[in-house]
Design a protein around this ligand. Structure first.
Ligand code: ADP
Ligand code: MG
Length: 359
């Protein structure tokens, strides 16, 4: 078990004009489950591969267990990787696949068998040990890939979108299993995904990347409650936070013919910043449908059974999404009024930089 540190670590691919990972600074605790999340091309896989020693660290350094591994070859870093593409040996059985790394290490057959059996039990694979991968379901293959990593008892697990090949239901099941398993083993884990729900449900802490740059590194709750900029605000949460840039008036901001009220200290802050417009952020569940509030027309209703998302637009053309429990109490093309729930706080961001303003 070890802590991991990225120290201003950068990677640039030859021929590229921007850094794939740009001065990444992360302190990962011993035993922690950290998720790297961001859109496609944001540098997640590169950052993970730098840790695993599969990509060069062109600037800065990476430490594992307090030791600088920047120049240590991959095989000496004691890391096990799980990829999206499991790449199991098709001609070997599950047991042989899982035990292969141990065999290469020269571990005697008896001990190998014991270790493989133990991990197979952990992953519900005992009855499949003699099967070939072709005779397994996608979920079982995924577990074999996990098992192959766990058997090695590495210091660190690196996982790059390991659930991408599974169907939606299995993905949800497996993500719970992986998170529980990691907690049980206590092995420091860095997990890459583009799926913010996976990030929020699995990670002790989540690092949000964009264009190779770290945006925010925090607990899921902190990311949700206090996003540092409009990018994180819009990326975390589904449906996305409503982000509206609007003129500042005495009690709040003007949206169409209505005013979205802000707290007194928020208005004071906007005056201090000498702003005339501000970007406000309101999560869909912070809106309620009432008699008073922002007038809007319903253009789409998504009914999920337990909750509904009501997509609306206002005059002038601003799109607002509200979430309500159960069935939507409104119909398509109906005019509704959206009001911020009294107990909820509106997020404020600088209209140009997108940085969070205030607490
Ligand atoms: P992610 O995993 O977040 O989708 P990557 O780390 O794969 O992102 O890629 C980050 C950036 O580096 C992207 O702009 C991508 O096009 C570029 N990149 C990735 N791999 C290579 C490579 N082998 N050669 C050149 N550029 C690459
Ligand atoms: Mg990737």
């Amino acid at each position: 078990m070890v802590a991991i540190a990225y120290r201003n670590a950068s990677c640039i691919y030859s021929g590229a004009d921007t850094l794939a990972v740009d001065s990444l600074d992360l302190d990962i605790d011993d035993g922690e489950f950290v998720v790297l999340v961001g859109p496609s091309g944001s540098g997640k896989s590169t950052a993970l591969r730098m840790l695993a020693g599969l990509e060069a660290i062109d600037e800065g350094s990476i430490e594992i267990g307090g030791k600088d591994v920047t120049d240590v070859p991959s095989k000496d870093r004691d890391i096990a990787m799980v990829f999206q593409n499991y790449a199991l040996y098709p001609n070997k059985t599950v047991a042989e696949n899982m035990g292969f790394a141990l065999k290469m290490r020269g571990i005697p057959p008896d001990e190998r068998r014991r270790k493989v059996r133990k991990v197979a039990a952990l992953l519900d694979l005992t009855e499949y040990l003699d099967r070939k991968p072709a005779k397994l379901s996608g979920g079982q293959r995924q577990r074999v890939a996990m098992g192959r990593a766990i058997v090695r008892e590495p210091q660190v697990f690196c996982m790059d979108e390991p659930l991408s090949n599974l169907d939606a239901k299995l993905r949800v099941q497996t993500r719970t299993q992986i998170a529980a398993l990691q907690r049980r083993l206590g092995t420091t884990t860095v997990y890459v995904t583009h799926d913010q729900v996976e990030a929020m449900t699995m990670g002790d802490r989540v690092a949000v990347l964009r264009g190779g740059k770290l945006q925010q590194f925090a607990s899921p709750a902190e990311l949700y409650d206090r996003p540092v900029n409009t990018f994180v605000a819009g990326f975390i949460g589904s449906p996305a936070m409503n982000l509206i840039t609007a003129p500042i008036v005495a009690e709040g901001v003007r949206i169409g013919s209505s005013v979205l009220e802000l707290e007194r200290d928020q208005i004071a802050l906007l005056h201090e910043e000498k702003l005339v417009t501000v970007t406000v952020g309101v999560r869909p569940e912070q809106f309620e449908l009432t008699e008073a509030g922002i007038e809007a027309t319903v253009e789409l209703i998504e009914s999920l059974g337990s909750e509904s998302f009501i997509h609306t637009h206002t005059e002038p053309d601003i799109r607002l999404v509200a979430r309500c429990p159960g069935r939507a109490p409104v119909a398509l093309a109906e005019t509704v009024r959206l009001r911020k729930r009294p107990e909820s706080i509106v997020h404020l961001f600088h209209p140009d930089s997108g940085h969070r303003l205030g607490a």
